[in-house]
Design a binder for this molecule. Structure first.
Ligand SMILES: Cc1cc2nc3c(=O)[nH]c(=O)nc-3n(C[C@H](O)[C@H](O)[C@H](O)COP(=O)(O)OP(=O)(O)OC[C@H]3O[C@@H](n4cnc5c(N)ncnc54)[C@H](O)[C@@H]3O)c2cc1C
Length: 442
């Protein structure tokens, strides 16, 4: 046996006095891996491996008009992101409020609904202006949204939502069809970057948790200096960062974990954190216990494209209908297309020529307007994934002194797979590996 391992149930602070620092490998340079590596480096020697030529969190970022632009652009709001908010505070990352007001248009390109963003006294409210109630459909959507919010709240207060999916909930509650098809599915499929079918299968409790954490009150925010600045602060204390380092296999043995990388490179570590999607972790983890492997196999991801471009045709036809976000909802398409008007969201681009980021494009930008293209995998939340996660967490809570391989990632905590769940999963691993107060600012 290598270093004795005290399970997470013991007092990590007491252990910190006795325990020598471990050599820990973190596999994956997304936000989960970066946050785990940063927290673990408070006590241990940490090496981060990323398979792409640059850290996954920033690998797709591009330069445009003399600025770095995050691809994808990521926002958060403090109510739903308490752990990310604490991490940014500990890192000294500044954030600023941005408007994510949205115009929804149909297959014909005509807007049918729009909500604006009223900001006052540091607060923010979604607002449907009288002039935006374009017609009876827009009014049905607005009233349907209020009814949905009320019923979700009532269901939560009345004992919870059980395992109902949001699709089942809106059917049972007879929420107006226009609201469901025209607002709920496009909004949810944009937030979770998934198909409309995936959106229907999201647990109703997950939706209630996301909307109920203050979204109608807090402004969404972005890191002022973008993902590059966040990543630079997170890797600063690490012993080593190795990009272009695809890990092929990790194998735990009596004296640690062997990490096998592309090109036949092999290294030994005391512990390894697999901070990737569940399926990717499963591919690498050669000797995963059978029950854990079976649970990891129950998580799914969805792959998607993001385009940076200058084609105004992907925005509403008339500029007066433009909002920072445009959801193009074609009922015949499997997913909504959403276009972020970057100039309206990133203050340093305000004076620059129009620049857009289209997520899940259903139409291609005109030739010559494409600036960059990137592909991503996104974890999908469903009743099935929540069940698998509950079983995994029960397993992880059992003290296991022999455990050397740990899992983090946006799928590994409850709720919508976002930056928050990724950072929360990193925090859980850091605590398990004996880091006392991983998010303290001291
Ligand atoms: C278009 C889009 C918009 C989004 N917008 C938001 C938003 O506004 N707010 C928000 O909170 N969230 C948003 N998200 C979700 C958020 O980005 C993710 O939930 C989060 O980044 C996931 O982080 P992660 O570290 O768990 O996974 P990932 O970011 O996928 O990181 C995993 C890393 O592991 C690496 N890796 C995989 N296999 C190996 C291997 N074998 N060896 C070495 N490295 C490996 C990968 O290259 C990758 O870098 C968005 C996602 C997308 C796609």
């Amino acid at each position: 046996m290598g270093a004795a391992y005290s399970p997470p149930m013991t007092d990590p602070a007491a252990e910190a006095v006795e325990q020598r620092p471990w050599d820990i490998a973190v596999v994956g340079g997304g936000i989960a891996g970066l946050a785990a590596a940063w927290m673990l480096s408070r006590r241990h020697r940490v090496t981060l491996f990323e398979r792409q030529p640059a850290l996954g969190f920033t690998a797709a970022s591009v330069a445009a008009h003399g600025q770095r632009v995050d691809v994808p652009l990521r926002v958060f709001y403090p109510g739903y992101y308490p752990t990310l908010t604490r991490l940014y505070a500990a890192l000294g990352v500044a954030s600023e409020p941005v408007s994510y007001a949205t115009t929804f248009s149909g297959a014909d390109g005509e807007p049918y609904f729009r909500w604006r963003n009223l900001r006052w006294g540091g607060r923010s409210w979604p607002l449907v202006a009288p002039q935006d109630l374009f017609g009876a459909r827009a009014r049905r959507i607005a009233f349907g949204a209020l009814a949905l919010q009320r019923r979700l709240r009532a269901a939560l207060a009345g004992g919870g939502l059980g395992e109902a999916t949001i699709g089942e909930f809106v059917e049972a509650e007879r929420i107006d069809r226009d609201c469901v098809e025209g607002l709920l599915w496009p909004a949810l499929a944009t937030i979770a970057t998934c198909t409309t079918e995936d959106a229907r299968a999201v647990p109703a409790a997950t939706v209630a948790g996301y909307w109920g954490a203050g979204l109608a009150r807090d402004s969404v925010r972005r890191a002022v200096n973008g993902a590059d600045d966040v990543a630079a602060r997170l890797v600063a204390p690490l012993a080593r960062v190795v990009c272009d380092a695809g890990v092929e296999r990790v194998q735990a043995g009596p004296d640690g974990v062997q990490v096998h990388r592309r090109g036949g490179v092999q290294e030994r570590f005391d512990h390894v954190v697999l901070a990737t999607h569940a399926t990717q972790a499963l591919q690498m983890w050669a000797d995963a216990p059978a029950d854990e492997a079976a649970l990891l196999a129950r998580f799914r991801t969805r792959s998607l494209r993001v385009l940076m471009h200058r084609d105004e045709r992907l925005m509403p036809r008339r500029q007066r209908h433009w909002s920072p976000v445009h959801a193009h909802v074609d009922p015949a398409a499997e997913r909504p297309e959403s276009t972020i008007w970057l100039n309206a969201v990133q203050p340093s681009l305000r004076e620059a020529p129009p620049l857009f980021q289209t997520v899940q494009p259903q139409r291609e930008p005109r030739a010559g307007t494409l600036v960059a293209e990137a592909r991503f995998e996104r974890a999908i939340v469903s009743t099935e994934s929540e069940r698998a996660l509950a079983a995994l967490r029960t397993r992880w809570a059992r003290p296991d002194p022999a455990r050397r391989v740990w899992l983090a990632g946006s799928y590994a905590e409850t709720g919508v797979p976002l930056l928050e769940s990724a950072v929360r999963s990193a925090l859980a691993v850091a605590v398990s590996l004996g880091v006392a107060r991983p998010l303290s600012t001291a």
